[in-house]
Design a protein around this ligand. Structure first.
Ligand SMILES: Nc1ncnc2c1ncn2[C@@H]1O[C@H](COP(=O)(O)OP(=O)(O)OP(=O)(O)O)[C@@H](O)[C@H]1O
Length: 192
C-alpha cells in the first residue's frame, strides 16, 4: 500500500517539531522529506540524509523541468522539495511527514489540486495551542528574541483561523499528551 503524506502544522511554538520528532522515533515507517538545497553542507551534514546538496546549475535545470513541488530562494540559496524524493518514498510504502507553517500547509493543498498522487496521500493535522500566552511562554523559555516573539504571536492570531481547513486538529497540552494525540490521529489514518 502507498504511504501517506502527513502535513503537521500549527503556529510557531505550538510544538509541532517536538511532537513530530517523537512520532518519528516511535514509528520507523515515518520519514522526513529531505530538502534539496544549493547551500554548502555544514560540518557533520551528510548528502542524502540532512539535505540533497546540489549545484546552482543542477537546481535551476531541475526547477525548469518542473522536478520540484515547490521551491524558494532564501538568503541567496535555493531550497526545494523534489517530486521524486516524496513519490519514491510514498511508493515504497513509507509515510512522509512535512512539518511546516500554516502558509506551507496551504501551499500543499494547492499542489494537491493539480497532482493526483499528492491528493491521494495528503492528510493534514493542525496543532492548536491552549492560548497565545502559552505560546509566548514557550518561546520565552526557548530563548527566542522578544521582537521575534511578538511578530510571531501576531501571525499566530491569524493562523488560528485556518484550523477549519485541516483534516484533523488537536489542542497542545503536555508533551506526552501531544504525542498520544498525534499518534492516535496517525493510527486512525492508517486504519482507514
Ligand atoms: N506540549 C508542550 N508543553 C510544553 N512545552 C512544549 C510542548 N511542546 C513543545 N514545547 C516546547 O516549546 C518550544 C516550541 O516547541 P517546538 O519547537 O516543537 O514548536 P514549533 O511549533 O515547532 O515551533 P516553530 O514553528 O517556532 O519552530 C520548545 O522549547 C519545546 O520544547
Amino acid at each position: 500500500m502507498d504511504g501517506i503524506l502527513l502535513v503537521v502544522s500549527g503556529p510557531a511554538g505550538s510544538g509541532k517539531n517536538t511532537v513530530c520528532e517523537r512520532l518519528m522515533s516511535s514509528c520507523k515507517n515515518i520519514t522526513r522529506a529531505i530538502t534539496t538545497t544549493t547551500r554548502a553542507p555544514r560540518q557533520g551534514e551528510a548528502d542524502g540524509k540532512d539535505y540533497h546538496f546540489v549545484s546552482v546549475e543542477e537546481f535551476e535545470s531541475a526547477a525548469k523541468r518542473g522536478d520540484f513541488y515547490e521551491w524558494a530562494m532564501v538568503h541567496g540559496r535555493y531550497y526545494g522539495t523534489s517530486k521524486s524524493e516524496i513519490l519514491s518514498k510514498l511508493e515504497s510504502g513509507k509515510d512522509v511527514i512535512l512539518i511546516i507553517d500554516v502558509q506551507g500547509a496551504k501551499a500543499w493543498r494547492e499542489i494537491a489540486k493539480k497532482d493526483a498522487a499528492v491528493a491521494k496521500s495528503l492528510r493534514s493535522v493542525f496543532i492548536r495551542p491552549q492560548s497565545l500566552d502559552v505560546v509566548r511562554e514557550r518561546m520565552v523559555l526557548r530563548g527566542d528574541e522578544k521582537e521575534d516573539i511578538e511578530r510571531r504571536i501576531k501571525t499566530a492570531e491569524r493562523e488560528l483561523l485556518e484550523e477549519k481547513n485541516f483534516d484533523f486538529a488537536f489542542v497542545s497540552k503536555t508533551k506526552d499528551e501531544d504525542f498520544i494525540s498525534l499518534k492516535n490521529i496517525y493510527e486512525q489514518i492508517k486504519k482507514a
